[in-house]
Design a protein around this ligand. Sequence first.
Ligand SMILES: [Zn+2]
Length: 162
Amino acid sequence: MLGIVKYGELVLTQKANEVTEFNLNLEKLVFEMHDAMVRDHGMGLAAPQVGVSLRVFIVGIDGEPLRVFINPKITAASEETSEYEEGCLSFPGLYFNVTRPSAVEIEAVDVRGKPFKMSADGILARVIQHEYDHLDGVLFIDRISPAKRRRAMAHFSRMMSM
Ligand SMILES: [Zn+2]
């Protein structure tokens, strides 16, 4: 079983590599990521969060089928933004409001390498953007003000040392 990598591990701040081989190992990775996400009650998970530097993320919103995005590209984002409280499985117990575009268009391939595109808004757009950031080594703490980040990180280190 794959464990979730917590903040402080290098893989979380690195740009992940394109997937070039669509094989059983990739299917196994997605399967195991799904397990890890469900176990930790997440709505999304990116491969770097299980220590694998590949451009793969999954989204599993309650009551909706699992969505798998491989080598994704966000091709458009709305000018309209919204604020929403986010959490991240790599920062257990940390939540704060993050402002992001309200809607996005995204292209990706599935686990067999078949391309697809979709538009997303609401919570789906939110999770897609959060997970997409992980593939570029960008974390949700990078999306808030420096003052807010300092407070959040002080709180987080206290919690992690308990
Ligand atoms: Zn995250």
